[in-house]
Design a protein. Sequence first.
Length: 256
Amino acid sequence: MRVRSIFISDMHLGTRGARADMLLDFLAQVECEQLYLVGDVIDGWRLRKSWYWHDEFDQVIRSVLDLAQAGTKVTYIPGNHDEMFREWLGLEVAGVKLMREAVHHGADGRRFLVIHGDEFDGVIRYAKFLAYLGDWAYDTALVLNRWFNLARRKFGYPYWSLSQWLKRQVKEAVKAIDRFEEALAGEARRRGLDGVICGHIHHAEMRVVNGVMYMNDGDWVESCTALVEHEDGRFELLDWAARQRAPQQVREVVPA
């Protein structure tokens, strides 16, 4: 697949839940002119607590560096889990440019704010201890999710995200997602932009919020999704886990 731009985030390399295998498969099969890494690529929070790293994580980093060396324009926007790299903002390392945020100019002339999004998460901004507690609970859910899917695979069932399902059952989590989306769309509108592209909440979405296009590229822990821009300026959410199950199963939304 050849596309104009790719937006991926929340790989959380350094955690046991990271789906580096699916990400490597994606990077091997999709070519682009521009690649945006929209935060939480490496999970510094988890690595500070206990070191977990394997060869597939190295392969992901090498794949990104190879793309940069081959001419792909790579922009890295650190998130809250890899905030240590925010000290390097403005630098270009091995062809990868580190930025706090970016404005992406679409093929059809529209302009989009590209930002991780943690700045618009009230828990991260005002009660970080709750964020750490939530991170522990989330990691526990991912452990359960891994064992749950091992059992499903044993009986011939496809991958299914238990943690995503749990989040959808909690009304307050749904409200928090809505507030997050409205806040990001409002910031793009305030700046006179046509839309916003972000990550952070692990909830892939494309929808118009108060006249502004909101797009979240999801994550590579639970949903294994990426946002891509085609040559004509059309955006599409790719569900890579679904494509592995059924190559034609793609979720697409064409902006108005």
